[in-house]
Write a protein that binds this ligand. Structure first.
Ligand code: GLN
Length: 492
């Protein structure tokens, strides 16, 4: 079979169970595609061919013995922010270019336990700070729809790998949009779960009160399969919540849209930088949902203007604290010939961190400093609470809230946006993390340059199943998620 990379997770699972192909064949097929195409896309930082084949053989044995998990033998790529025992975990940084984790992140361990095969680790913005993946120490990744464009970020490698058919599914993390925005830029489905649904253990911390891992795939159904593996309480993460996990696959049903009340925030569709094509495609998708039985309800989210400033105080504040551990002493980059301990700290950190990371450490340290803590950090936390209340009020009247995932489609690589221009591009995704809510991106068409546009649906706490079901039903009635990126078409 030559088109194994075109099969959905369900088809892969069935094909493996029925021995139409083996996990080794499937894994070799993906490794070959990576070897052939990834020099152009640059989605992988590390390809773990040898380990992947060993995992594939183990999955084949389990499949043969008839005691394999539904996803056994299916390959995936992990964002290079998840610690992988024995394999480099760089977080896209020079600081961790030499870091080999002694343990697996819980997400990685769960994927392994289910028999998923790790193809490798994929590129990302340095320490997940960015929206283009260009801040990676390993260089930019190309958008499979147009290689001179960015795949989005920070989980840009995950999105590019799936969109180019170099992995059927991938893990990502979302602190302020890093699953939804690259999914939007690359025409994929990506779910940011409720804060606490997926363990953060072994996921390199950016902003701990906002970080959350989740699945990136072609369809909601594929995402549901991966969620079934990675969701759940973890005693090793005190912020993971001990709450029953849904069967996301079994819950995908055909009735999610009928009678659904979708909130349309007035403020979101009046944002200055909202691209006309993005707006049009999102409105068309909402019309489609309306035809399928949903009711559109105009709502107010009055705190919209506060999203960017609030996030860009809280996230850097937490980052400045989290990143203080990289001091050149125990692990990570260490400068050459330090004069003394201070010189070691200073030079290791200034040589090991890139410009955007240093900028955020400076902003965060300032916001947390004695004289400014109340004026900036505490104030931002208060505004954060108001943003959350704004959503809770809206959910009294609607089931989900619709928005674009990003105001534009993918930028050109090297567009060189100023930091504030870049931050403003996150307007639609940040509030979800500040409130801890789940949200999903679904592809809903293309702009005039044939670049993908994404619809974001934001749900109430623990509504992952509902979000996946809505998008699943939408995808049963449309074919945007089946469109293949240019580089994938060229290498069909
Ligand atoms: N673009 C946002 C930032 O730079 C969000 C990144 C993320 O979700 N990791 O912080």
């Amino acid at each position: 079979m030559t088109d194994l990379h075109r099969l959905s997770i369900r088809e892969l699972s069935e094909g493996l169970k029925q021995a139409q192909f083996s996990s080794r064949e499937l894994t070799e097929h993906y490794l070959k595609r990576i070897a052939k195409i990834d020099a152009k896309v640059k989605s992988y930082v590390t390809v773990t061919a040898e380990q992947a084949l060993a995992e594939a053989d183990a999955a084949d044995a389990a499949l043969k013995a008839g005691h394999a998990h539904a996803l056994a033998g299916i390959p995936l790529a992990h964002k290079d922010i998840f610690c992988t025992q024995g394999i480099k975990t760089s977080a896209g940084s020079k600081m961790l270019d030499n870091f080999i984790s002694p343990y697996d992140a819980t997400v990685v361990a769960k994927a392994k336990a289910a028999g998923l095969v790790t193809l490798g680790k994929v590129n990302m913005d340095e320490f997940a700070m960015g929206s283009t993946s260009e801040s990676s120490y390993f260089g930019a990744t190309g958008n499979p729809w147009a290689l001179d464009h960015v795949p989005g970020g920070s989980s840009g490698g995950s999105a590019a790998a799936v969109a180019a058919d170099l992995a059927p599914i991938a893990t990502g993390t979302d602190t302020g949009g890093s699953i939804r925005q690259p999914a939007s830029f690359c025409g994929l489905t990506g779910l940011k779960p409720t804060y606490g649904r997926v363990s953060r253990f072994g996921m390199i911390a950016y902003a701990s009160s906002l970080d959350q891992g989740g699945p990136m795939a072609r369809s909601a159904e594929d995402c549901a399969y991966l969620m079934n593996v990675i969701a759940g309480h973890d005693a090793k993460d005190s912020t993971s919540v001990d709450k029953e996990v849904d069967d996301y696959v079994a819950n995908l049903n055909g009735t999610a849209v009928k009678g659904l009340r979708i909130g349309i925030p007035k403020q979101y569709f009046n944002v200055a930088g909202l691209d006309a094509d993005v707006k049009a495609r999102v409105e068309e998708s909402l019309k489609k949902l309306e035809e399928m039985g949903a009711t559109l309800v105009e709502i107010d989210l009055n705190m919209t203007e506060a999203y960017v400033p609030t996030y860009y105080l809280i996230a850097p504040a937490e980052a400045s604290s989290n990143l203080s551990r990289y001091d050149g002493v125990r692990y990570g980059y260490r400068c050459e010939n330090p004069k003394d301990i201070l010189d070691l700290y200073k030079r290791s950190r200034s040589e090991g961190f890139g410009a955007e990371v240093q900028r955020r450490i400076l902003i965060g340290t300032y916001a947390l400093s004695a004289g400014y803590y109340d004026a900036y950090y505490v104030k931002a936390q208060k505004v954060r609470r108001l943003i959350q209340q704004d959503f809770l009020k809206a959910f009294e009247n609607v089931n989900v809230i619709a928005a674009p995932s990003a105001p534009t489609t993918a930028y050109k690589i090297g567009a060189n946006l100023s930091p504030t221009e870049m931050y403003l591009g996150d307007i639609y995704t940040l509030a979800v993390n500040l409130a801890g809510l789940p949200a999903i991106n679904a592809p809903v068409g293309f702009d005039k340059d044939s670049l993908p546009v994404g619809l974001q649906l934001i749900g109430n706490y623990w509504s992952e199943s509902q979000l996946l079901s809505i998008v699943h039903q939408y995808q049963q009635n449309t074919d945007w998620h089946t469109k293949r990126a240019t580089i994938a078409e060229e290498n069909a």
